[in-house]
Design a protein around this ligand. Structure first.
Ligand SMILES: Nc1nc2c(ncn2[C@@H]2O[C@H](COP(=O)(O)OP(=O)(O)OP(=O)(O)O)[C@@H](O)[C@H]2O)c(=O)[nH]1
Length: 762
């Protein structure tokens, strides 16, 4: 899927920078990137996005109030986008950190983009870490509501979850390696925020990048992509579906000499280990959904899903795959589930990607909303107290001494005065308080309060403008978080130059208040093991998913179409399967009254007799045998081995493509450039072309002669044979996976260049 990636702010630009880097390394070229920020320092530190694609909009004076939406000139951004050499894109993706300031530009930017692009616009948004403070989390909650309402879908990635998870993983790894003398093998979780972000960004870029690269080729014409996935499949899963999460889990395959040797052992060996391979796919899927997911969520609240498995074909267990499909299909609340398997040769990994779209239950989002609610309540209480205190002060200034001496709880609390101090109230205390409090940015609210007499930030949809003062506080909170992270390990905080800290001084008291504002959300238990799983509430009135064995389709109700597959599909049932129903290693249908309609057949061995002909691009697989059907019309037959017997009507278009084609007793010959393949056998043809037939192409008696390319090709082949030119075997460009939109492209053998699975699928 080709995208225009727009990075906004520190988080957005850094992630897009990395995504762009991965894209260049993979030589696929499906990402066109620009970075927009108000922080020039952060922009300068990017290392991959070209300079002319970085846009810096400095605030006139960061110390005074500035509005991000007017600071960032959206028209200039649009000009740059239009000037860019934009290839045909399938969608636009905007990357930004929730709770930051630059994300405020999304609504405006989206509005402009929609004027020029009809492609869907998605967001990739980062949820903040808890320690960044209540105000930050509260703004993140507001931001999410706002961007969700203007974008077609929003991918979420939770910094908090992933930071904890990776830290636990690193800790576990270091403990495990303590016995090893060479310290360089120890992985230590960094305490520098920049390095933490770098690790998190790597995860995000990998999850998103792999999904994008699936289905793209390198421009050089070299078959760099092993997976071809129709971008439409991904877009259909995402579009109009609110919040999206991606789960991505991989497992390295053992590559000892013995294992390599075992690859050449008999089929019996593989059948013995088939259960093991199936279990691996299932456990990878569980990991992808429960552990390695961009934001932990309730699977049963998802509306749509997309499942892809990839790896060496002999390791991809169809049984495991079908079990996973069935599990996901039954678990999600919606009905749409897409899936595909992608055999990738020469890789040492097996992996799975699971995309869940339209999720309604994401605990972290609920938590942010709750923090926002609490924060607003606290703000309201504080403002009320402040107003009351102002009134008291005014009373004192007006000489109303008695009014000032009225016991006032909040004043006592603020000053820490005990009961005995009640009578010794000193007017100077109030002035001190006033001086201290004057630093609090309350002017606007005070005005509102004095006018309306009550606090009015109750409207859920009303978002108070994000002032530069608030921004400074956020930055301060973030600095606290950075400090805390370092302090945990007793290490010095390094100045990473990545995040510019604001320069507005605050009183000690205000800092204390900030501390109070820090949330104390019920902490997650420290993860001790990586296999710890989230336990999500199960869905009511659903069968318990069978994760280990193949499950029957269900009692009296017919199984969903997507459940068909595997070895055999019963041939006696007259009710034809509906949709993309037939996927499996071996499919056999006989005497069906009703033809299967859509792109129904995908599998290794498909055998169909006496069926009402499938009409679309129905047959795709390795080996086909079609007996006496009405003609297959479109580009129907594609596979390694195609055999058409007694066809009443010829297949017309570019119908036959495969390694080995055998058409017997065809009454009418295929006319167009119909026959393409390594080995073509037509019987009952006219003898006149015999002189041209050589090598793999044979024609006998009564089939009308092919008059198109075939003759030329046969002649060419003959000449080549005569000059003893060694001719490489002709292979079709595409080899079928198991869904209609998924093709495996055969690529040159290529060694993995990393051991982390990053480029094992390009
Ligand atoms: N994963 C990840 N998250 C980041 C990164 N930088 C910042 N964040 C998170 O994103 C949130 C927004 O931060 P930024 O993107 O730096 O904010 P901004 O939009 O540039 O606005 P400022 O508030 O001016 O910094 C922060 O609260 C962090 O939680 C990063 O490089 N990677």
């Amino acid at each position: 899927m080709r995208i225009l990636a727009i990075g906004l702010g520190g988080a957005g630009t850094r992630i897009v920078d990395l995504l762009y880097n991965h894209d260049m390394k993979s030589r696929v070229g499906c990402v066109s990137a620009i970075a927009v920020d108000i922080d020039g320092n952060s922009l300068r530190q990017l290392s991959n996005i070209p300079d002319n694609a970085r846009m810096h909009f400095p605030a006139l004076d960061p110390e005074i109030h500035f509005d991000v939406t007017s600071t960032i000139n959206v028209e200039e951004v649009m000009n740059l986008i239009q000037k860019m050499d934009n290839f045909e894109i399938d969608s636009i993706m905007i990357f930004a950190g929730l709770g930051g300031s630059v994300i405020d530009a999304i609504p405006q930017l989206t509005e402009e983009l929609r004027k020029s692009f009809i492609e869907p616009i998605f967001g990739v948004c980062i949820l903040p870490i808890r320690n960044e403070g209540k105000r930050h989390s509260s703004k993140a909650s507001d931001d999410l509501k706002r961007v969700k309402s203007v974008l077609d879908a929003v991918f979420l990635f939770d910094n908090e979850t992933w930071q904890e998870r990776l830290k636990a993983e690193y800790d576990q790894f270091s403990v495990a390696k303590e016995t090893i003398t060479s310290s360089y093998r120890q992985k230590v979780f960094p305490d520098n925020p920049r390095d933490v972000y770098a690790i998190l960004n790597e995860k995000i870029a990998r999850q998103i990048g792999l999904l994008l690269r699936a289905g793209e080729f390198s421009e050089t014409g070299v078959e760099a992509a092993d997976i071809v996935l129709d971008a439409g499949e991904v877009l259909n899963t995402l579009k109009g579906n609110g919040l999206v999460a991606i789960g991505y889990a991989t497992e390295p395959l053992r590559s000892s000499f013995k294992d390599r040797f075992n690859q050449w052992r008999s089929d019996t060996y593989f059948s013995e280990t088939s259960h093991k391979r199936a279990t691996r796919i299932v456990s990878l899927a569980k990991r992808a959904v429960y552990e390695e997911i961009s934001v932990p969520c309730d699977l049963t609240s998802a509306d749509k899903a997309l499942v892809l498995i990839a790896g060496p074909s002999q390791e991809l267990s169809m049984k495991g795959f079908q079990t996973v499909r069935k599990w996901i299909d039954r678990s999600i609340s919606g009905l749409e589930m897409r899936s595909g398997d992608y055999p990738v040769m020469n890789t040492r990994f097996v992996g799975i990607i699971i995309v869940l779209a339209g999720i309604s239950n994401i605990p972290r989002v609920t938590e942010l909303n709750e923090i926002r609610r609490q924060y607003e309540e606290e703000n309201a209480a504080e403002e009320t107290r402040f107003l009351q205190q102002n009134e008291v002060n005014n009373g004192i200034l007006n000489g109303e001494r008695e009014k000032a001496t009225v016991p006032f709880e909040s004043v006592q609390t603020e000053t820490g005065a005990g009961e005995e101090e009640k009578d010794d109230f000193d007017i100077t205390d109030l002035f001190e308080d006033e001086a201290t409090e004057s630093e609090y940015p309350h002017n606007r609210e005070t005005e509102i309060l004095s006018e309306e007499g009550d606090y009015t930030w109750q409207d859920e949809e009303e978002h108070p403008p994000y002032t530069s003062m608030e921004r400074e506080e956020d930055l301060q909170n973030r600095a606290n978080w950075e400090g805390t992270m370092a302090a945990e390990d007793g290490k010095q905080v390094l100045n990473d130059g990545m995040i510019t800290l604001g320069g507005v001084a605050r009183s000690e008291k205000r800092k204390e208040q900030n501390k109070d504002n820090m949330i104390s959300v019920e902490g997650k238990g420290k993860k001790n093991a990586t296999d710890e799983q989230l336990s999500m509430p199960g869905r009511q009135e659903r069968n318990i998913a069978d994760m280990t064995r193949m499950t029957d389709g269900g009692e009296n109700k017919g199984p969903k179409d997507s459940i068909f597959g595997l070895k055999d599909i019963p041939s006696s049932d007259n009710k034809g399967p509906r949709d993309s129903a037939l996927v499996g290693e071996k499919i056999s249908l006989g005497k069906q009254d009703k033809r299967p309609n859509d792109a129904s057949f995908g599998g290794k061995d498909v055998s169909i007799s006496f069926v009402k002909g499938p009409n679309d691009s129905a047959y795709m697989g390795r080996s086909f045998s079609v007996t006496s059907p009405p003609k297959a019309n479109d580009s129907a037959l594609m596979g390694n081995k195609i055999s058409v017997k007694s066809s009443g009507i010829r297949p017309n278009d570019n119908a036959l493509i495969g390694n080995k084609i055998s058409a017997k007793s065809s009454e009418i010959r295929p006319n167009d450039s119909a026959l393409t393949g390594g080995s073509v056998h037509l019987s009952r043809g006219t003898p006149k072309t015999k002189e041209f037939l050589n090598g793999d192409v044979k024609m006998s008696a009564r089939v009308p002669a092919p008059k198109d390319d075939l003759i030329t090709r046969a002649e060419r082949r003959k000449n080549k044979t005569q000059t003893e030119t060694k001719k490489p075997e002709i292979k079709p460009n595409y080899k079928k996976g198991t869904i209609s939109s998924g093709y495996e492209k055969e690529s040159e053998p290529e060694e993995d260049d990393t051991d982390d699975g990053l480029f094992w699928i390009k």
